[in-house]
Design a protein. Structure first.
Length: 146
């Protein structure tokens, strides 16, 4: 069977026709939402700095660069999840563990509004971790590529 015959039959190994599992798509969407939240945080930080006369612009630029690059990396990792790339698992895992640890460490010294925000970050990180370690996602990302 030639390559053109395999493509007509839907057996093209390069472009499988099977739809992605719901859990895999959900992980991709959740990671993109996380990246968008990071960009919104940076935008709010820049607006707050513009409103203050004594803003520390070095810190603002640091947050802008780090969070911007990190959000870009999360979007790339999300695309990797949808494409079935094994490497996409690690940056998502690292991000959730780091955000969870930050949320736990900052929660105690925060005021009420910040506690709500950090609580949301912690719950969201746990939800993404739960979805990342679900059987369909593990089978699609980790075990299918060995």
């Amino acid at each position: 069977m030639s390559t053109s015959d395999a493509s007509r039959d839907g057996d093209d190994p390069v472009h499988p026709q099977a739809p992605l599992d719901f859990h895999v798509r959900l992980v991709g969407v959740m990671v993109v939402v996380e990246a968008i939240a990071m960009v919104l945080f940076v935008a709010l930080d820049v607006v707050a700095a513009l409103r203050k006369a004594d803003a520390e612009w070095g810190a603002v630029w640091f947050v802008l660069v780090v969070m911007g690059l990190w959000a870009t990396g999360l979007i790339v990792a999300s695309r990797g999840v949808l494409a079935g790339k094994r490497w996409a698992f690690t940056p998502i895992l690292f991000t959730q563990l780091l955000f969870g640890a930050a949320a736990i460490s900052f929660f105690g010294a925060a005021d009420t509004v910040a506690r709500v925000a950090w609580g949301f970050v912690l719950v969201y990180a746990v939800l993404v971790l739960r979805m990342l370690f679900s059987r369909p996602v593990r089978e699609y990302l980790v075990y299918a590529n060995t």
